[in-house]
Design a protein around this ligand. Structure first.
Ligand SMILES: [Zn+2]
Length: 55
C-alpha cells in the first residue's frame, strides 16, 4: 500500500475526533481534549478565523 487517497480508508485504529459538545462537529480531539473546529477545551472564546467560512 502506497501513499495517496486509497490508503486513507485503512487508517482505522481508533477515533481521534468525536462530536464536539459546543459546535457539534466531529472535531473534538480526544487525546488533546480540544476541538479543532471551535477551540473547545483550548479557549473559552469561539475559535474563528477570517479565512474560515462560517455559516
Ligand atoms: Zn467544537
Amino acid at each position: 500500500m502506497g501513499k495517496g487517497t486509497p490508503s486513507m480508508g485503512k487508517r482505522s485504529s481508533g477515533k481521534s475526533h468525536i462530536p464536539c459538545r459546543r459546535c457539534g462537529r466531529s472535531a473534538y480531539n480526544i487525546v488533546k481534549g480540544t476541538c479543532a473546529s471551535c477551540g473547545y477545551g483550548k479557549t473559552t472564546r469561539i475559535r474563528s478565523y477570517s479565512w474560515a467560512k462560517q455559516h
